[in-house]
Design a protein around this ligand. Structure first.
Ligand SMILES: *[C@@H]1O[C@H](CO)[C@@H](O)[C@H](O)[C@H]1NC(C)=O
Ligand SMILES: *[C@@H]1O[C@H](CO)[C@@H](O)[C@H](O)[C@H]1NC(C)=O
Ligand SMILES: *[C@@H]1O[C@H](CO)[C@@H](O)[C@H](O)[C@H]1NC(C)=O
Length: 800
């Protein structure tokens, strides 16, 4: 390699040449460095051996190199110089030998000469130190103690001597220093010395560069990497992320809810760093509620949490690694309230039943409400529904009074179901309700009340004593005896006799009975007072008037007033011979004590001497000629007249009428003949007087009646065609009060019709008129509503 020869080398070569010439005559020795360029001149061998250069060629000078076939050097025949023919590598030729000498022979012919030539090859630093491996891997436990040593194999260098490995240099680091040693064969090697303890958790791997250097010039070096893996030792306990874990848990959270997760880390690895968790301090109740996942550290709910039972838990948890190092942490769990308890309503006191007479504002009951929750969930409001006369008043916290707000009336509402609703302020709010049943107790505050303002009973005369007239009813809404009605007749007089002799009232049923038989002709109505009283204490009562109306029955037959039939005397009417057809001859007058239809009279000729001569007005009773009187007519005429009333069945009476057709009284003697029976001449004069007086009355009466008819404009139709004045002397005394147009009593409003057919007046109201009995004359028909107009309400009682 050292192809360009430096001055120092040249000087050495010259020294060897001089020394060689002195020591070995005929032999020559050269020293030169390895790896010089082929063609480089090692020395002039001709000159050194004292040979003629020009003779070299002819003498066929040549070099032999031992048994080695390699030709490292050759002689230039023209100059006698020894030059390098091929690459010379000392390490290849000599290995680790300290001196490396190549022996060769220079052979000359003619004469044969042999010269020994030794070629000493000097080492050149052409090889770098080299480690067997590029990377050394070491595993050192972090627990290794300071001063521990770790040998590193030596680096190799093919060069020798100073050119071989002289030193090792370790990259600067915290943990190791390098110790350099020489082994028995003189090779230098190194070892790592632990100068500072390793911490895997701090640095798990240490990588160092180791450099080996030789002593050549220039120096060469080789490197290797030392990779140190720090092995773990269980030198770390688990560490929790928090000293205290706090969690808040709503009560009634579902099972398996994760409340909190504790977590501890262990810097170690593998089993040394695997942390498991367990309870280390826990109360018995908490142990039932919470479960711990020993691998994940999750605390879960295993059973329902009730704030009302316990609201705070403190638990100690231990975190442990695989080889038993452990730490503890604290978990504080606050259970928060959830509105899970509805309010509870207690009725502390209750007045039941309450009298209906209590005044508004009376306290009826005390209500107490409770709620097991806390905070707002515990705030309770109470209410009752509207529309009842009660309200709630809060007196002290959670206590309410139930008071009345108005007057109570058992007869309207006898029971109250009061629903009390309590609602808390939670979200959502919970509520509960309770129903209180309150009864209202009766007070006798209602008198019996009759269904009608007055009652009317209708009864036909000649009723049976004891027959039922009508029934009255009074209602009392009070309770039991306070509402039990008792009827009684109030003392009073009817026609001067005590009312109780006419009527009686059934005290329980209110049915009114007649005590005797009534006579329409005696009196037509009367009234009594009836009292209804309850059984309370004190009792309450009310009074009502009962009117009894008696209706007519056809129990009286017509009475003929004229001609009178009394005694043996008879009456004869004088008929003028010149009387024309239609002349009024006489009149039958009859009355009937009944009224209405029962007193409506009709007249009929039953039998007559000459049937075609006289007729009688059906309702007037007037007897008239039907035709002119002729001479041939019998002087003496005899008529038998029947008077019938219109009752059902009708009653009748008959009378005889004697008529004399004559113009003067001279013919009176013949009167004796007229009478069918014995003739009394003395009577003639009476008869004449009577006839004259009757005729005079009759005419006067017609004039009066006509006058009345013209004067009274709206007078209803008369029942009869003609009206005849009746001498008041004929009327029986008990009819006197209805004579004329006067009124009886203010309560009876009626018109009196003075008729020739009846001595009595016709009441407008008399309801006994049967429609069928008077089909022709509508004036007597009255509808029931007309009676109602007159007497007010008559519905209750029916006519008997
Ligand atoms: C009150 O409640 C009771 C029992 O539920 C029931 O029988 C009664 O009819 C109720 N009364 C009222 C006034 O609602
Ligand atoms: C009737 O009313 C009285 C008070 O007026 C009361 O004391 C009594 O209890 C009532 N009777 C009944 C059965 O309610
Ligand atoms: C009913 O009549 C009786 C007797 O006249 C009397 O004492 C009582 O006060 C009356 N009752 C009423 C409510 O008018």
């Amino acid at each position: 390699m050292a192809s360009n020869r430096s001055p120092v080398n040249l000087a050495c070569v010259l020294m060897f040449l001089l020394f060689g010439m002195q020591l070995s005559y005929g032999d020559v020795s050269y020293s030169f460095p390895e790896e010089i360029k082929p063609g480089s001149v090692i020395g002039n061998i001709a000159k050194d051996l004292g040979l003629q250069v020009s003779r070299l060629g002819p003498r066929r000078a040549r070099l032999f190199l031992g048994g080695n076939q390699m030709r490292y050097c050759e002689i230039k025949a023209d100059t006698g110089q020894l030059v390098v023919a091929d690459r010379i590598d000392r390490e290849e030729l000599c290995g680790t030998k300290v001196s490396c000498i190549l022996k060769s022979e220079l052979i000359l012919e003619d004469p044969l000469e042999s010269h020994l030539i030794s070629l000493q090859i000097q080492d050149v630093n052409d090889n770098s130190p080299d480690f067997v491996k590029d990377t050394f891997k070491l595993e050192i436990s972090e627990s290794a103690s300071k001063g521990s040593r770790y040998r590193i194999n030596a680096a190799r260098d093919a060069d020798i001597g100073q050119n071989a490995v002289q030193n090792y240099i370790l990259q600067k680091n915290d943990y190791f220093t390098l110790n350099i040693l020489t082994n028995s064969v003189g090779t230098k090697y190194s070892e790592l010395v632990l100068n500072k303890e390793l911490d895997r958790e701090d640095k798990g791997e240490v990588s160092l560069l180791l450099t080996a250097v030789d002593g050549g010039n220039p120096q060469r070096s080789g490197t290797a990497v030392i990779q140190i893996a720090v092995l773990d030792a269980n030198d770390n306990a688990p560490v929790f992320t928090q000293a205290v874990y706090e969690a808040s848990l709503p009560e009634n959270s579902p099972l398996d809810t994760v409340v909190v997760t504790v977590s501890a880390t262990d810097a170690d690895e593998g089993e040394n760093g695997k942390v498991t968790y367990e309870f280390s301090g826990i109360s018995d109740d908490a142990r039932k509620i919470f479960a711990l996942n020993e691998d994940t550290g999750e605390i879960m709910i295993a059973r329902n949490v009730d704030y009302e039972a316990k609201s705070k838990f403190e638990i100690l948890i231990e975190g442990k690694d695989g080889y038993g190092l452990s730490t503890e942490t604290k978990v504080v769990i606050d259970v928060t309230d959830v509105n899970d308890n509805p309010p509870v309503i207690h009725i502390n006191s209750l007045t039941n039943p309450i009298p209906e007479s209590v005044s508004p504002g009376t306290e009826v009951g005390i209500i107490h409400v409770q709620d097991a929750d806390s905070g707002n969930n515990r705030q309770v409001h109470c209410s009752i529904h509207h529309g009842i006369p009660f309200k709630l008043i809060q007196s002290i916290k959670n206590y309410y009074s139930l008071v009345t707000t108005g007057h109570l009336d058992r007869e309207l509402v006898s029971d109250y179901n009061i629903t009390i609703t309590a609602t808390d302020e939670g979200s959502p709010p919970l509520s509960s309700s309770k129903t209180v049943q309150l009864s209202v107790a009766d007070i006798n505050d209602n008198p019996p009340v009759f269904g009608e303002q007055s009652y009317s009973a209708y009864v036909t005369e000649n009723n049976k004593p004891g027959s039922t007239l009508c029934s009255i009813t009074a209602q009392d809404p009070d309770w039991r005896q306070n509402g039990t009605v008792i009827y009684s007749l109030l003392p009073g007089e009817v026609n001067g006799a005590p009312a109780s002799s006419y009527l009686s009232v059934n005290g329980d049923t209110g049915v009114i009975h007649a005590m005797r038989s009534f006579d329409y002709e005696q009196f037509r109505s009367f009234k009594v007072q009836v009292m209804a009283r309850d059984n309370g204490s004190p009792p309450l009562s009310s009074n009502v008037t009962v009117n009894v109306f008696i209706s007519d029955v056809n129990d009286n037959s017509p009475q003929i007033l004229y001609p009178t039939t009394e005694g043996s005397s008879f009456m004869t009417e004088l008929v003028p011979k010149a009387a024309h057809g239609g002349s009024l001859v006489s009149k039958v007058i009859a009355v009937d004590a009944d009224s209405g239809q029962n007193a409506w009279l009709s007249y009929h000729i039953v039998k007559s001497t000459d049937p075609g001569l006289f007729s009688i007005g059906l309702h007037s009773g007037e007897i008239r000629t039907q035709r002119d009187i002729s001479e041939s007519d019998n002087m003496k005429q005899n008529l038998i007249v029947a008077v019938k009333d219109n009752g059902q069945p009708s009653l009748s009476a008959t009378c005889s009428m004697y008529l004399l057709i004559s113009d003067n009284l001279a013919e009176v003697p013949e009167l004796k003949d007229i009478s069918f029976n014995e003739k009394n001449s003395k009577l003639t004069s009476y008869l004449i007087i009577a006839l004259v007086s009757v005729s005079t009355f009759f005419l006067t009466f017609i004039i009066i009646i006509l006058g009345v008819r013209f004067c009274r404009r709206r007078k209803p139709r008369l029942l009869f065609d003609g009206a005849v004045a009746i001498p008041s002397a004929y009327l029986p005394p008990n009819y006197a009060d209805v004579d004329g147009t006067g009124t009886l009593r203010s309560t009876y409003n009626y018109d009196a019709y003075l008729t020739t057919g009846s001595r009595t007046s016709d009441f407008k109201f008399v309801s006994s008129y049967n429609d069928t009995t008077l089909p022709a004359d509508q004036t007597l028909k009255k509808s029931p509503s007309d009676f109602a107009d007159t007497f007010g309400e008559l519905d209750e009682c029916t006519q008997v």
